[in-house]
Design a binder for this molecule. Sequence first.
Ligand SMILES: Nc1ncnc2c1ncn2[C@@H]1O[C@H](COP(=O)(O)OP(=O)(O)OP(=O)(O)O)[C@@H](O)[C@H]1O
Length: 813
Amino acid sequence: MIETLHNATLISQAQPFIELDNHGEVLRFQLQEARYFLGRDRTWSDLEIPEQGWDVLSRRQAVLQREGDHYRIYDGDGHSTSRNGIFIRHTQISEQGYVLKHGTQLEIGQDASNQIKLTYIDPASSPTVTPSNLRLDLKRLRETPVELGREPDATRYASMTLESPVVSRRHATVYATPDGGFTLQDHSTNGTFVNGQRVERFAKLHESDRIRIGPFTLVYQHGILELADRGNQIRLDAAHLVRKVTDKLNTERVILDDVSLSIEPGQLVALVGGSGAGKSTLMKTLLGIEPTTSGKVYLNGDDLRQHFDLYRSQLGYVPQDDIVHCDLTVEEVLLYACKLRLPADTNAKQIVQKTLEQIKLHHVKHTFIRDLSGGQRKRVSIGVELLADPKLFFLDEPTSGLDPGLDKEMMNLLRELADQGRTVILVTHATANLEACDRIAFMGRGGKLCYFGSPQGALDFFEMPEADLKYFADIYIKLDQGKTKQDVHATVQHWATKFHQSQSHHLALNPVGRESSNRSAPSNMGSQRRYSPVQQLRLLSQRYGQLVMRDRMSLGLALLTGPIGIALIYLAVQTRDPLIPVTPQDAMHASLSLRTLLVISCIAIWVGISCSAQEIVKEAPIYARERLVNLGLLPYLGSKVLIRSGIAAVQTLLLIAAILLSLHSPAPDLLPWVFGLGMTNFLTLFSSLCLGLLLSTVVKTENQANNALPLIMIPQLIFSGILFELQGLPTQLSWLMVSRWSVGAYGALVDVNQMIPEAIQIPGRAPIAQPLQVNAVYDATWQNLGLNWAMLGASAIAYLAIALYLQKRKDVI
Ligand SMILES: Nc1ncnc2c1ncn2[C@@H]1O[C@H](COP(=O)(O)OP(=O)(O)OP(=O)(O)O)[C@@H](O)[C@H]1O
C-alpha cells in the first residue's frame, strides 16, 4: 500500500516512510512492501509522482529494496543508473546502493540549486515522528520575529524546532528590518554560523545564506527559511594526508604517507596495524587536532581544520587516557560534563539518565570512578562524549586492557552507536571482534595505508589461506616481514602499492571533498568559542572544590603543615620569644627573629607550591578534551585559584592561631599584629600557590612536578637575604623570590631594625659594628610594608599571566 501526503501531515507512527521535497512541495510515501520502484514513469513506478514540476526525477530513478529492518536504495532501474543520479553528501551512491537509516537524507540531481531531497524516516528509531523538512515563509511573518531553537516559544513567535542537545532552547531569532530584509540575532551558547562565519550577535541575511545551528543547516532563499540539512550524518574524506616530523637527530621521518580514504555516514571503521604504524596519528589527523604537512580532511565537503568551529560540537573524541576524575561518581562526572558542554537551559538530569541507559551503567551511577572496572571507566568516558550526541565519534584504543568479553561488549556498543547513524572511528589492537566493523584501515610501518575495505576483504587481499577472521593476526606478521628495517619497509611498500592498484583503492579514494563553494572560508584557528565565563567558573570551582574535599588526606596535610611547623619552631626556640625585643638589645636576638620569620615564610611557600604544583598536570588529558569542546582558560585557571585561595584563607587562620598560642606577639606601630600576620601569610601563600600552578603548566608529569619542588625552594632560601648578605646580581635575583618580600613584610611588622643595638663605641677606637646591621628592607613604615605586600601580589599576577600563556600554547586548534 502506498500513501501519499502533502506537507506537514503526519502519517502512521509505526511504518517507515520516505519524503521527497521538491522545493517545498513535499510527498511522503509509507513503506511496507519488500520492494518499491520510484520514478516519473507511471507504468513502472509504484510511487505516484505528479506530472508537473518533478522533471529532476528520472523516469526510472531508483529501486528501494527491504534489507532487514531498513531499505537499501539503488540508483536507476536495477540495470543502469539514472540520468541525474542520487547523491549523499555530494557524492554519488555506488552500484552497491545505500542503506537508508532513520534521518538519511539523499539528493536527487546534480545541480545544487535544483535538487529533490529524499529523506528516510523510521519512526521505530525515533521517539517522535517529526516532519523531516521545515520551512518558514518569512515574508508572511514580517510582524512576528521567528524563533529558532530546541524549545522555541511557539506561543509568542513563529518558530522552528531544532532538536539537538547542542542547540539552545532559544538559539536565535530572525527579525524583519525596515528595508524589507531580515536580520538574525544569536542568543546561543554554541553559536550560530552564517556561511561558516560565527555570528557576533547580529547578522543581516542575504540571498542564499546558509545558517548553521548545531548540526542543522538552514538556507535563506527568496524570503524563505528552509531546513536544508539535519546534519545527522557526517561523511569524512581524507585526501593525500602526509605528515613529516623531524626527530631528535634532525632527520626527517614520514609518519603518514599519502593516506586517502572515505568514510561514509553510519560506518564503524577500525584503524589497525602494528605498533608505531601511525594509527593514532591518523586518527588525530582525521579528527583535525594534528596538523598535516600536506593533504586535507573534509567533513561533508568542508575543510575540517578551516571549519573546525562549525563541527566542534559534532565531534566526539575518547582519547587513550581516561577523561574522567576518579574522585567523582559516575553520575557526577556526567552531570558536570553536561553542564559544561551543553547549553545552560538543558535539562541535565534527563540527559544524564538517558546517557546512563545508553552506556548501560545505571546500576553503578553512585559509584566512584576509581572503584569501576577498566571497561566501565571507558564507558563513562564514552558517555561523557555521548551527552552532546556527536555525529562523528573517534575512540583511541577503547578496548585496551579489556578482557575478551568486555572487548566484545564494547564493540557491540560501538556497533549500536554506528547503527544509530553516527560515524564511528576507532584505533584498536584487538582483532577478535573486527567483524563488527564496516571497514578497516590497515596501516603499515611508516604511516602507509596498506588496505582499506571490509574486514573479510582484508583476508582475501592479504592472501590468507581461508576467509576466516582467525587469520587476522597473521596479516600483522605478513606486514612485518623482513630481517632489516629496509626489508620491512619494502614489504609494507609492496602491500601499499598492491592496494593502490586494487579495486579496494577505488573504494578508498572514492570521492574526496570539495572546497566549500558557497561559503566564505574563514580560518577558524584560534577563533573564540562562546561560553559564559562566570557560569564556567562557578561550575569548575564547584567540581574542583568537591574533588579537593574528597581527598581528605591531602587536605588535612595542607591545613596542618603550618601549625605543626609553628609547634616545631616553639620547640626549638623555647622561651626566647623571637618576635619581641629584649633588653638590653642583642644583635643575636634580631638574627634569631629573622631566622624565625624566614621559617614561617618558607612554611607558607612550601605549602603553597606543593599543594598546587600537581593540580593542572594531573588532569591534563581531561583539560585537553574539555578545552577542545568549550573550556575557557580564564575560568579554568580561575577555579584553581579560587578554591586554593579559599584553602589558603583557612590555612592562614590556623597558622595565626598556632603563632598566637606558641609565640609572644609583637606590638607593631603600623597595625595590629594579628592583621599584619594574617595578610602577610595569606599573600605569601597566594603568591606561592600561583607559582605552583605555573610549575604545573610547565611540567609533563606529576613526578616532574614533585622533583622540581626542591629546585624552586632552594633559591627561595638562598636569596631570601637572611642566610647570606646579598650584593650585586644576587640582590636583583632576590627580587624574584617570594621569600624576599614575605620576610621583608614580616621584618617591617616585627620591626627587626629596632632589635639591633647600635655599634659598640669604645673611646679612642673606631666603633665596632654589630654582627647584624640595620637594613632598609625591614623598615617599619607603611611605605615599606606596602611595597612588600604589593610585590607579593604582583608576583602572583605575573605567575598567573605566564601560566595562562603557557596553557594557551597547548591549544591544538
Ligand atoms: N609529533 C611527533 N614527532 C615525532 N614522531 C612522532 C610524532 N607523533 C608520532 N610520532 C611517531 O610516529 C610513529 C607513529 O606513531 P603513532 O602513535 O601514530 O603509532 P600507533 O600506530 O598509534 O602506535 P601504537 O599502536 O603503539 O599506539 C611512531 O614511531 C611515533 O614515535
